[in-house]
Design a protein around this ligand. Structure first.
Ligand code: HEM
Length: 335
């Protein structure tokens, strides 16, 4: 069935139920997707449509011998690779509170020799909140506030969640964790599987995690309340000044039979983990400034020696990110 994509939401509202759309394979128009982000989460001119409250930082990455054995990518050479990082709080609101159990993000741009780049947007949960772009589109559509009540219709939301239980897993994970004490003290997962090919042509798939070298650190509910709604930027500046912000870039190795095409399914527990190198954050920009401001962290950009898995959520990110970039640049990029 080929249906013009801008009518996807009309379909959800009429003959085609949101859950049927979520299970469909209808191609998603990236403009319609970004429109839906704005309709559901709010539109804040100049800001990213997701991870809006953010700060730019720079750093360097040094690859390990294990990384070199796994992949021929130049990022693992062992030479220092410059990185443009962006830390952010989940959601579209540039004034989102720092002291709640919401998502934190760490986006990275590795600037590699010979014009190569590696771009990634990592999140503080091992899984994402939807498995396919169709499911994400439908999830956002059912959560769009009703103009009369200014809130989503709870009956539609419940029906959708009951039919798509995996969309609740990420929220459950975040609710089970303390509020992160710092951008520097939480794990960040890549969520999708990626393939790594070594100089002899051997390919290994895995899912990565950036783990703070000094360990994770959370706040009690009382401490979180005392911190207030905006402490993460200054906290990061302080920790970077003290030279304390570094992450191990670790890869969990997939085994035959592991599911690699679903961002709501982590690898089974106990998979072997190897260290690909260390990322050190060395400077933090002033608010609303810095090299990350105009970077589009499109996770489909990667160096030779690394390749995408066939997770449909991964390839579906590229076009909406470009649409969102175009919008915020033309509105005057603010963060
Ligand atoms: C089809 C699926 C997805 C869509 C349509 C989507 C859409 C977006 C959009 C529009 C932005 C704002 C980009 C900008 O303004 O520059 C964004 C940011 C972001 N997304 Fe997604 N996203 C998807 C899946 C995911 C997944 C699976 C992850 C988990 C790893 C993720 C992590 C992030 C992060 C970390 C950011 C902030 C990037 C930054 O700092 O610029 N997204 N997403």
């Amino acid at each position: 069935m080929k249906i013009p994509l801008l009518s996807a939401l009309t379909l959800i509202g009429t003959s085609f139920s949101a859950s049927a759309f979520a299970q469909s394979q209808m191609p998603i128009n990236p403009v319609a997707m970004v429109n839906q982000f704005e309709a559901t989460n709010g539109k804040f001119d100049g800001y990213r449509r997701s991870g809006a409250k953010g700060i730019c930082a720079t750093g360097e990455f040094t690859g390990s011998p294990e990384g070199r054995a796994l992949s021929s990518a130049s990022v693992f050479s062992g030479k220092r690779i410059p990185v443009v990082a962006r830390f952010s709080v989940g959601g579209a609101n540039p004034k989102a509170a720092d002291n709640t159990k919401s998502q934190r993000n760490m986006s990275l741009q590795f600037t590699l020799p010979n014009g190569e780049q590696w771009l990634m947007g990592n999140i503080s949960a091992p899984i994402f909140g939807s498995a396919t772009p169709q499911q994400l589109m439908a999830l956002l559509a059912v959560r769009q506030p009703d103009p009369a009540t200014k809130a989503p219709d709870p009956i539609k939301v419940k029906a959708f969640n009951d039919a798509n239980p995996e969309v609740l897993l990420q929220g459950k994970y975040l609710a089970s964790q303390p509020v992160p004490a710092s951008f520097a003290s939480v794990n960040y997962w890549g969520v999708h599987a990626f393939g790594f090919t070594n100089p002899s042509g051997v390919k290994q798939f895995g899912k990565w995690i950036f783990e703070p070298v000094n360990g994770t650190q959370g706040l009690s509910d009382e401490e979180a309340k005392e911190k207030g709604a905006s402490f993460l930027f200054d906290d990061l500046r302080q920790r970077v000044k003290e030279g304390k912000v570094a992450f191990n870039f670790n890869l969990e190795l997939a085994q035959p039979g592991d599911q690699l095409d679903n961002a709501t399914v982590p690898l089974p527990e106990g998979r072997k983990k190897i260290n690909l190198g260390v990322l050190k954050i060395t400077s933090v920009s002033e608010d609303d400034k810095g090299a990350c401001l105009t970077v589009n962290y499109n996770p489909m950009v990667m160096p030779k020696g690394v390749e995408p898995s066939n997770d449909p959520m991964l390839s579906a990110r590229a076009a909406p990110y470009a649409v969102a970039l175009g919008r915020r640049l033309s509105e005057g990029a603010k963060q």
